[in-house]
Design a protein around this ligand. Structure first.
Ligand code: C2E
Ligand code: CA
Ligand code: CA
Ligand code: CA
Length: 280
């Protein structure tokens, strides 16, 4: 028993050490990686549930690391929130979105709205508004083409202050989406206090890790109904199956995003997709 225990301990210890090493390496590499343009803009299409046509996309970052390959944001976003590098990285990603939109519109195309993620770190940073406006003006795009995704947990501390920022951004013309609605512990008060424009709900949150899928579906239906009463469109993400799509149509949900339709893809691939007029 004692031998096993020590083996397990050694394995545990090794993997902890490896993880810490990896985190330290990512932190050491981040500044240079930004300069070398190793962070890539990926876009995941968002669809109209009734027509399956593409109505927009969410910007999701990936790190194309020269030695480690493609790294998903779950591995580095928490680190960069801790050391505030997220402010620089997101600004870079937003600029990539603005460039993408400028390029697309220059080609004579109708703009497609892109939603970007705002970390809670941005919402406590007084420079947020100016940085966003700077990019909008630099690339001469409309704020109507950029939607801002905000997580309710960001509001937990001081709704008064955050509501001010949100109102300012909305007055300028941005659309505000409440991301992962219902996942935090203050969803209803967030909904009441913050002037958001639309809700994003995660299908996986309601169906996975639950021994009662019917209950998850009932909740989803009620949230869609509630949002309708508040004149807020709902986008359900994490949609993976035809069965889920059928259900969402049945409860009159408008928009969906998920592997059932498209996976996140490089910006270039998304542009190719948009050129296929049947899909848009
Ligand atoms: P999120 O904002 O909730 O983004 C949705 C996540 O679900 C993405 O993971 C996406 O790839 C994944 N997803 C979409 N459809 C499906 C599906 O049908 N099935 C499954 N299993 N997954 C699906 P990703 O790209 O790994 O991003 C994870 C999180 O990292 C995001 O969650 C977001 O909170 C954060 N994030 C990603 N990119 C950025 C960024 O540029 N800036 C900031 N601040 N955060 C980001
Ligand atoms: Ca850690
Ligand atoms: Ca999001
Ligand atoms: Ca989400």
């Amino acid at each position: 028993i004692r031998g096993n225990y020590l083996d397990d301990y050694a394995i545990y210890h090794d993997s902890m050490r490896d993880e810490l090493l990896l985190e330290q390496e990512l932190i050491n590499d981040m500044e240079l990686a930004l300069e070398n343009r190793e962070f890539k803009l990926y876009l995941q299409p968002q669809c109209n549930l009734a027509t399956s046509k593409i109505v927009g996309a969410e910007a999701l970052v990936r790190w194309q690391h020269p030695e480690k390959g493609l790294i998903l944001p779950g591995k580095f976003i928490p680190l960069f929130e801790e050391n505030h590098f997220i402010l620089k990285l997101d600004n870079y990603i937003w600029e990539e979105c603005c460039k993408f939109l400028r390029d697309w519109v220059n080609g004579g195309n109708v703009p497609v709205p892109i939603s970007v993620n705002l970390s809670r770190i941005h919402l406590c940073d007084s420079g947020l508004y100016d940085r966003l406006i700077f990019l909008i003006e630099k690339y001469d795009i409309s704020p109507a083409w950029i939607d801002l995704e905000i997580m309710e947990s960001a509001y937990a501390d001081d709704t008064g202050y955050l509501n001010q920022i949100v109102d300012r951004l909305r007055n300028y013309g941005f659309t505000i989406l409440l991301d992962d609605f219902g996942r935090g512990y203050s969803s209803l008060s967030t909904l009441k206090d913050i002037n958001a424009d639309a809700l994003k709900l995660d299908m996986r949150f309601l169906t996975e890790a639950s021994n009662n899928k019917d209950k998850g579906r009932d909740i989803l239906e009620c949230v869609v109904y509630m949002a309708k009463r508040l004149h807020m469109p709902v986008l359900v993400e994490g949609v993976e199956t035809k069965e889920q799509v059928d259900f969402l149509r049945k409860i009159n949900c408008c928009y969906a995003q998920g592997f059932y339709y498209y996976r996140p893809m490089a910006a270039q691939a998304f542009q190719q997709l948009l050129k296929n007029k049947d899909l848009v």
